[in-house]
Design a protein around this ligand. Structure first.
Ligand code: ADP
Ligand code: MG
Length: 433
């Protein structure tokens, strides 16, 4: 990595609207992108990620501040950059190879080099044999691949990606991530730096060298984290999971991933912290409500009325939100963290992933998962766990705790519970690890 940045943002502000509707969408953002870097931008919806990409690529001038590209102030569109969006707008009347060729034609590349180059690009993204297909004949994943090929055709020095994988199914997304990584790490593209907006923490840790974390109201950078792991990265490895946990912790506004608040596991010295008995659906409802309200802080007392739930129930919900790092509570106010917002805005699958990552850290759950892992067939009977927990809690409370562990563990897809046989089993995906 050389010392000269490829691109720099200096005191970038973006103001939108006017009069009473005037608001600061991006406030004083400063960052640099160096040659050789893959940087991911994470943060809740509305924190200004897309705005920043448009400013960086010159599609939109900032209200204030400078974009510096290769040492010079950027004016107008940056033709050294190209952008890939969540869903790519292909020309429906052109077939696959024509869609890619067009980008090359715009660049002034003549035949026969043009077709040859387009074929080569399609090959690289795994679309060999689909040259003459029309966009309508392709799956979403394949269309996105054509989009990639078209963006690559321009051979951008700076490649900007705005949630490029979020509209794809799990398998297509993973395949395309790996292809992008191969192109990038294999030096098969002349691209000098990649900046990718993502909603997905694991994806960012999987791909990026550096993660920049933003928060909203106003949109600003709150933290940065470097990922020093070689490629290809092993998602299941403890070092990888550690990095994922660290990023979660930053999003949850915690400086340390393991804070004392979590208490200890059963059987260990110190206080075992009980799990608040809440349904995940109710917790999600609270987080959605807080996110949609757009308020930075919310008076817990007011929530009681607005959500129509009693104060005991609300107390448990806010406690759960805090325990998971989705919110912080101070002086009767609840404040949703960037992680809580990300959770509220994520897809069902995304929520499960975030939830699982967080709930595994809670000592009580860690204890249960460790016990399951150590057991024959990685299974335990309900009453065995109850006996173990009865050493710490009164019998009724032990039952409530198991019920909550089962509910949370099921939702996070960490364990399976079979009602008939009253057996808990470790989820198969965890058994291999
Ligand atoms: P993100 O990509 O992080 O979700 P955006 O950059 O799209 O965030 O938007 C940041 C904020 O600015 C949001 O509140 C959004 O509604 C607002 N916004 C974005 N573009 C415009 C625009 N052209 N005019 C007015 N408001 C906008
Ligand atoms: Mg966006």
């Amino acid at each position: 990595m050389s010392a000269e940045p490829l691109m720099q943002l200096e005191n970038i502000y973006q103001i939108y609207g006017s009069g009473a509707r005037r608001f600061t969408a991006v406030e004083d953002v400063n960052m640099s992108l160096f040659p050789g870097e893959f940087v991911a931008l994470l943060g809740p919806s509305g924190c200004g990620k897309s705005t920043l990409l448009r400013i960086i690529t010159g599609l939109q001038p900032p209200s204030k501040g400078k974009v510096i590209y290769r040492g010079e102030v950027l004016r107008g569109v940056n033709f050294n950059s190209s952008m890939i969006f969540q869903t790519f707008a292909l020309f429906p009347w052109l077939n696959v190879i024509e869609n890619v060729s067009l980008a090359l034609q715009v660049k002034g590349i003549e035949e026969p080099e043009r077709t040859q180059k387009a074929e080569d690009l399609l090959d690289r993204v795994g679309l060999d044999g689909f040259e003459s297909a029309y966009p309508r004949e392709l799956s979403g994943g394949m269309r996105q691949k054509v989009g990639f090929a078209r963006a690559m055709a321009v051979e951008p020095e700076l490649l900007c990606l705005d949630e490029p994988f979020s509209a794809l199914d799990v398998l297509s997304a993973e395949a395309l991530r790996n292809e992008l990584l191969e192109l990038w790490t294999g030096g098969k593209i002349p691209t000098k730096a990649i900046l990718m907006v993502s909603h997905n923490i694991e994806e960012a840790v999987f791909l990026a060298d550096r993660i920049i974390i933003m928060d909203k109201q106003p949109g600003r950078i709150i933290a940065e984290h470097r990922i020093n792991l070689p490629h290809p990265r092993q998602r299941k490895s403890p070092v990888f999971q550690n990095q994922v946990d660290l990023v979660y912790a930053i999003l949850a506004g915690q400086t340390l991933p393991e804070n004392e608040e979590l208490g200890t596991a059963p059987g260990e010295g110190g206080r075992t912290r009980q799990l608040p008995k809440v349904e995940i659906g109710d917790l999600t409802g609270l987080l959605e409500y807080l996110t949609e309200s757009g308020e930075e802080k919310y008076d817990i007392y007011l929530l009681e009325d607005e959500l129509g739930i009693n104060s005991d129930q609300l107390l448990l919900l806010t406690e759960a939100a805090e325990l998971l790092g989705f919110a912080s509570i101070a002086k009767g106010d609840i404040e949703i963290t960037p992680l809580g917002q990300t959770y509220a805005e994520a897809s069902i699958l995304g929520r499960k992933e975030i939830f699982a990552s967080r709930v595994r850290r809670i000592p009580m759950m860690r204890w249960l998962l460790t016990m399951l892992k150590a057991s024959d067939k990685q299974q335990l009977k309900w009453n065995v766990i109850q006996t173990a927990l009865s050493l710490e809690f009164p019998p009724d409370e032990a039952e409530v705790q198991i019920e909550t562990l089962i509910n949370w563990g099921r939702y996070g897809e960490l364990l399976v519970y079979e009602d008939d046989s009253e057996t808990l089993t470790l989820e198969t995906s965890l058994q291999k690890v």
